[in-house]
Every structure is written in C-alpha cells, then in structure tokens.
Design a protein around this ligand. Structure first.
Ligand code: B12
Length: 237
C-alpha cells in the first residue's frame, strides 16, 4: 500500500514530504482511503476523497497510481480469484471513473503519459459489449489510455482508429461463434496496413481460446478482464 519513501512507517518524518503543509501520513491515509473506496465501489466517496487529495496538493500521478489504480488492482485480483463477480467489478470501475474524471484534465496539464493507448471494440456483426466494457474499464484502471470503439466495429475502423490514436494495442471482443471470423479479417487488415508488430493485437470473448488466437495470428488471448491487463502489460513490455 502507498507509503512514500520518506514516511514508510518505520522512520516517520515530522511532516510528510509529499504534502509538507499537512500532518505526517495524511497523504498516505488519503491514498489508502481512495483505494479502499474504489474496492468498495463507493463512487461519491471516491470523488470527494480525490477532490480533497487534489486540494491538499498531492501529486496527481500519485493519486492515480497509489489511490485509484491500487484499488483497481485489488479488484482485478479478487475477480480472478472469483471473490468478486461482474457487478462488483462494474461498480468498482464506476467509482474509479468518478475519480478519473477529476484527474484526467490535471494529468493532461501535467503532461503525465498513459502506459499505452489501446483501441478496443467488439467485432463486426457482434453487439455484445458487457465483457468488452469490463476490459476497457480494467485497462483504464491499470493506467492505459483506452479508446472504446463500441460494438459492430469493422476491420477498416480498427485500422483507422489505431492509426489515428497511434495505438500500441488493439483489443477485439467476440461473443458469437459466427463473428469470430471477423477477428481473422481484422488481423489481416492490420497486417495489410503495415501495423503488425507496431500494434499488438489481443483478443477475447467467451467462445475464444488460445489456440484460436494463435491460429488467426493475434498476439495474445485472455479469458477475463483482469487477465487482459496482465496480457496488455506483457505485450507492451
Ligand atoms: C447478455 C447477452 C446478450 C445481450 C447482450 C447485451 C450487451 N450489451 O452485451 C443481448 C440480449 C443483446 C444478446 C443478443 C444476442 N445473443 Co447473446 N448473450 C448474452 C449472454 C447471456 C451473456 C454475455 C455476457 O455479457 N457475459 C458476461 C461478460 C462479462 O463475459 P464475456 O463477454 O465473456 O467477457 C469476459 C471475457 O470473455 C473477456 N473478454 C471479453 N472481451 C474481451 C476482449 C479482449 C481483448 C480480452 C483480452 C478479453 C475479453 O473478459 C470479459 C470480462 O471478464 C451470453 C451467454 C453467456 N453466458 O455468455 C449470450 C450469448 C453470447 N448470446 C448468444 C446469442 C445466440 C445471441 C443472439 C444471436 C440471439 C438472437 N437470436 O438474437 C443475439 C446476437 C446479437 C448480436 N448481433 O450480437 C449465444 C451465442 C452462441 C454462439 N455459440 O455463438 C450465447 C452464448 C447464449 C447461448 N447460450 O446461446 N445477447
């Protein structure tokens, strides 16, 4: 959990170096509270705490990394361990978004860069978006700039948007066996556009498997939204 190097609980300074005008460890307490309320999915509380943290001059990147992202990391771990289910993840993501809305303009102004940009969409012919939305939320919660392309996205649109946003990752979702083929056409279109290698392609959705991903030439497959974050991290490393 977030302890700054100057106040690691063993060698407490008289004033926390992050926010010297505040009492020792206030920064740390605020970040822990933000993270805990993200996990509990309390959007209004997270909003209020992030407002307070900004007002207390905590570095924006630290509020993001040690507050919001730290909370979503725990949510991801719980989701993988079947301790959290889809509704809890959606509620936590909504709480994280309440804080993100306040941080985004400040991060931009401070020139803080996202880990990478990911263009994520549900492939052509497919309207299922619950899983895709979860993947978007978890990626955003892990520090990615996510461009949500929506549903029924054709190959040309994936290519166009990846170019437009200078994306490092493309994420494709399919829930129907009949739309899995659209993933292969999209991978081919990405190759034809000369983006293969520059942009890593990850795929997911209930009917998919690792062997299908290998077969169509995708760079990776993940079975759930938390694993999608691990996969994205591995692909851009
Ligand atoms: C909800 C639902 C719908 C809703 C969709 C609402 C919405 N906004 O998404 C509605 C009612 C619209 C719908 C419509 C249809 N549906 Co439907 N639907 C479902 C249902 C019940 C749940 C899907 C879901 O949201 N799961 C929950 C999410 C969280 O899981 P997930 O999508 O798998 O996502 C996770 C992972 O797969 C992964 N993941 C997902 N995407 C990505 C992307 C990346 C990059 C990565 C890394 C990971 C990843 O992470 C996610 C989070 O952990 C499934 C049954 C089921 N149990 O799966 C049927 C199902 C998918 N539907 C089915 C069918 C047939 C249809 C229809 C054709 C029905 C009809 N005759 O009209 C239409 C198709 C419409 C269309 N063109 O898309 C079939 C598909 C059968 C098949 N073999 O193809 C299923 C399996 C039901 C069944 N048993 O028959 N459906």
């Amino acid at each position: 959990m977030p302890f700054c190097s100057g106040c690691d609980g063993r060698n407490r300074p008289r004033r926390c170096h992050l926010i010297p005008e505040n009492p020792p460890h206030m920064a740390n307490d605020m970040l822990i509270q933000i993270s805990e309320n993200v996990i509990k999915g309390k959007a209004p509380v997270v909003k209020e705490l992030v407002e307070k943290a900004i007002a207390a001059n905590l570095p924006v990147k630290q509020i993001l990394d040690e507050g919001l992202i730290a909370g979503m990391n725990v949510v991801g771990t719980k989701f993988k361990a079947n301790e959290f289910y889809v509704p809890e993840v959606l509620i936590a993501a909504r709480a994280m978004n309440a804080g993100m809305a306040l941080l985004k303009p400040l991060l931009k102004a401070a020139g803080v860069k996202a880990k990478a940009t990911a263009c994520v969409g549900t492939v052509k012919g497919d309207l299922h978006d619950i899983g895709k939305n979860l993947v978007c939320m978890m990626l955003e919660g892990a520090g990615y700039n996510v461009v949500d392309l929506g549903v029924n996205v054709d190959a040309a649109k994936f290519v166009e948007e990846a170019k437009k946003h200078d994306a490092q990752l493309i994420g494709m979702s399919a829930l129907l066996t009949t739309t899995m083929g659209a993933m292969k056409s999209t991978v081919d279109a990405i190759k034809d556009a000369g983006l293969k290698g520059k942009v890593k392609i990850m795929v997911g959705g209930a009917p998919l498997t690792q062997s299908f991903a290998d077969e169509i030439g995708a760079d990776g497959y993940a079975a759930d939204a938390a694993s999608a974050v691990d996969l994205a991290n591995a692909l851009i490393a």
